[in-house]
Design a protein around this ligand. Structure first.
Ligand code: UN1
Length: 501
C-alpha cells in the first residue's frame, strides 16, 4: 500500500536532522504495514539535542509566561486543524479505535489550551512579614531543560500533558517517544514546530532506552524528568535522577478496581465496566482490570457482563464500527497470552474470551478476545498489571471486604465504586488507596484540568500531572524578601518592635 515509507530524522535546534544511527521500523499492529522508519539516536546526537535545549533556556525563561502561552494556544490550534490526521496516525500506529484515536489528540489540545491560560496565572503567594516595611512572596521558576519520556498507549495525549506543563513553565524539552509510536511523536512535534516555538525549545530524539532514555536522565544539563511507563524502568529512572538531585515525575501503572455494591444501578455498572476494561484494549494505566462484586449481585453481574463482553466487535480499529482493536505489539500480545495461561494454571475460571484471533482480517495483527476470569483475590491475575483486555472478577462479602481487596495491590492509580448509597460513596473517597476515585463511573477518563497521578508503586505522591499541579514537576519555588525600611532589620530578633517603629 505504502509506495514510499518515509524516513524520519531527529528534531533539534529547530530542524529535522539526519542521524548517523541505525534505523528501526514502526508498524500498524492491526495490519503489520510498515508506517515509517526512525533513527536510533547516537550518544553524540543525544548530547547535541540536550545542548540545543540548554542553549534555548535563557531566552525561553525570560519570555513572559503569557507570551509562552500564546505559542501553546497556537499549537492547540494547529492540532485542532490536524486532529483527524493525527487521530488516524494514533489508531494506525498504536491500535486504539478511531474514536479513541481522536480522543487522544483532543486530550493534548485540551491540555495545551488549559496550560496556555496558566501563563496568565502561575500564582505564587504574598505573605505578611514579621517586620515592618518588608514584603515577602513566592514565585515559580523553571528548573531548566527537562526530559520527557513517554509511553505508546497515549502517544499524543501524554506528550501533550508533559510538554504543555514544561513549556508554559519556561523549560525547553527533550522528548523521547516510545519506540512503538515514534510517528505519533513526530506528528506532535510537527504541530509544535508549525506553531513557531523558538529553535531549541522543542527537541525530539528516538531510539533505545539505554542510549537515549538513560542518556537524557543522566545528563547534567537535564534538570527534571517526567516518565510514564513500567515500574522497573520507573525505579531505574528514579534512582538515576536521585543521583543528580533532580525532580522526577513518575506514573507507573495500576491495577485499578471497580467496586460494585449490591445497590448499584446494574446497567450503568455494566456500561462502565465494559468501557473501563476493554476501552483501548485494556492498555491504559487507568484501565479497569479488576471488578470486585458484592456477593449478593455477583451471579447476575457476571452473567450479564460475560454476555455483553462476548458481543464486542473486535477488528481493524480504523473502522468506526469496531469496539476493540489489537494490542499494540508482538511483545504485548505475548505478555497478555502468558497471563491468560497463568490465569488458567492458577485455577481461575475463564468466563469468556482467552484466545488470540487468527486468520482472515486478524491474520497480520495482534488481536486478542475480550477476556474475563473469575479469580481468587490473591492470584497473580488479581494482583499484577496485565495491560491488555483481561478483566479479573473477584467476589466480596461486604463494603469492608471489597475495600480490603481493592487496596491489596502494590499500585494505587485509579479506583471506582458503583453505589447509590452516600455512605459507601463518601467512605470510598477516603478509604481507597489511589490517586483518583470515581463514583458511578469507570476508572478511566481523567480530565486535564485536575491532578493525575497515584500512590504506592504507581509513583511518588509529590508530583501530579495535569491540573494546576502540573507545574510542580517543572518549577521550583523561589522565596523573595523585599525590605524597603531603609535599615537593617533582623527577623527573629526585632520581633518586639512596634509596627512602623
Ligand atoms: C494512561 O493510561 O497512562 O484517564 C493515561 C484516562 C486517560 C489517560 C490515561 N485520560 O484514562
Amino acid at each position: 500500500m505504502n509506495a514510499v515509507v518515509r524516513e524520519y530524522g531527529l528534531f533539534f535546534n529547530g530542524k529535522w536532522r539526519k542521524s548517523e544511527g541505525k534505523r528501526f521500523e514502526t508498524r500498524n499492529p492491526a495490519t503489520g504495514e510498515v508506517l515509517a522508519t526512525f533513527p536510533l539516536a547516537t550518544p553524540t546526537e543525544v548530547a547535541a539535542a540536550i545542548k540545543s535545549a540548554k542553549g534555548a533556556f535563557e531566552a525561553w525563561r525570560k519570555t513572559p509566561a503569557p507570551r509562552r502561552g500564546d505559542l501553546l494556544l497556537e499549537a492547540a490550534t494547529v492540532m485542532k486543524r490536524r486532529k483527524e490526521e493525527l487521530g488516524r496516525v494514533v489508531t494506525s500506529e498504536m491500535g486504539k479505535v478511531i474514536a479513541e484515536g481522536r480522543g487522544d489528540v483532543q486530550e493534548a489540545i485540551d491540555f495545551y489550551t488549559y496550560a496556555a491560560g496558566e501563563g496568565r496565572r502561575m500564582f505564587g503567594e504574598t505573605v505578611p512579614s514579621e517586620l515592618p516595611n518588608k514584603m515577602c512572596m513566592t514565585v515559580r521558576l523553571p528548573v531548566g531543560p527537562v526530559g520527557l519520556i513517554t509511553p505508546w498507549n497515549f502517544p499524543v495525549a501524554i506528550p501533550g500533558w508533559k510538554s504543555g506543563a514544561a513549556l508554559i513553565a519556561g523549560c525547553p524539552i527533550v522528548f523521547k517517544p516510545s519506540s512503538l509510536t515514534p510517528l505519533c511523536g513526530a506528528k506532535f512535534v510537527e504541530c509544535l514546530d508549525e506553531a513557531g516555538f523558538p529553535p531549541g525549545v522543542v527537541n525530539m530524539l528516538t531510539g533505545s532506552g539505554p542510549v537515549v532514555g538513560d542518556g537524557i536522565v543522566a545528563h547534567p544539563d537535564i534538570r527534571a524528568v517526567s516518565f510514564t511507563g513500567g515500574v522497573d524502568t520507573g525505579k531505574h529512572v528514579y534512582e538515576s535522577a536521585a543521583k543528580k538531585m533532580i525532580k522526577v515525575g513518575l506514573e507507573l501503572g495500576g491495577k485499578n478496581a471497580i467496586i460494585a455494591m449490591d445497590d448499584a444501578n446494574l446497567d450503568l455498572l455494566l456500561d462502565g465496566v465494559l468501557f473501563g476494561a476493554f476501552g483501548t484494549a485494556g492498555q491504559r494505566c487507568t484501565a479497569t482490570s479488576r471488578l470486585i462484586v458484592h456477593e449478593k449481585i455477583y451471579d447476575r453481574v457476571v452473567g450479564d457482563l460475560v454476555e455483553r463482553a462476548s458481543r464486542l466487535k473486535v477488528g481493524n480499529p480504523i473502522d468506526e464500527k469496531t469496539d476493540m482493536g489489537p494490542v499494540a505489539s508482538d511483545d504485548q500480545e505475548k505478555k497478555v497470552l502468558e497471563y491468560i495461561a497463568i490465569g488458567k494454571k492458577e485455577g481461575g475460571t475463564l468466563l469468556t474470551g482467552g484466545r488470540k484471533l487468527t486468520g482472515g482480517p486478524f491474520a497480520k495483527g495482534f488481536f486478542i478476545q475480550p477476556t474475563i476470569f473469575a479469580v481468587d483475590r490473591n492470584s497473580r491475575l488479581a494482583q499484577e498489571e496485565i495491560f491488555g483486555p483481561v478483566l479479573s472478577v473477584i467476589k466480596a462479602k461486604d463494603y469492608e471486604d471489597a475495600v480490603a481487596i481493592a487496596n491489596s495491590v502494590k499500585y494505587g492509580l485509579s479506583s471506582s465504586i458503583y453505589t447509590n448509597d452516600l455512605r459507601w460513596a463518601f467512605r470510598a473517597m477516603q478509604d481507597l488507596e489511589a490517586g483518583i476515585t470515581y463514583v458511578n463511573a469507570p476508572t478511566i477518563g481523567a480530565e486535564v484540568q485536575l491532578p493525575f497521578g497515584g500512590t504506592k508503586e504507581t509513583g511518588p505522591t509529590d508530583t501530579r500531572e495535569a491540573g494546576t499541579t502540573a507545574l510542580e514537576e517543572f518549577t521550583y519555588w523561589k522565596t523573595v524578601y523585599v525590605d524597603y525600611s531603609g535599615r537593617l532589620q533582623k527577623a527573629q530578633i526585632d520581633t518586639a518592635r512596634l509596627a512602623g517603629g
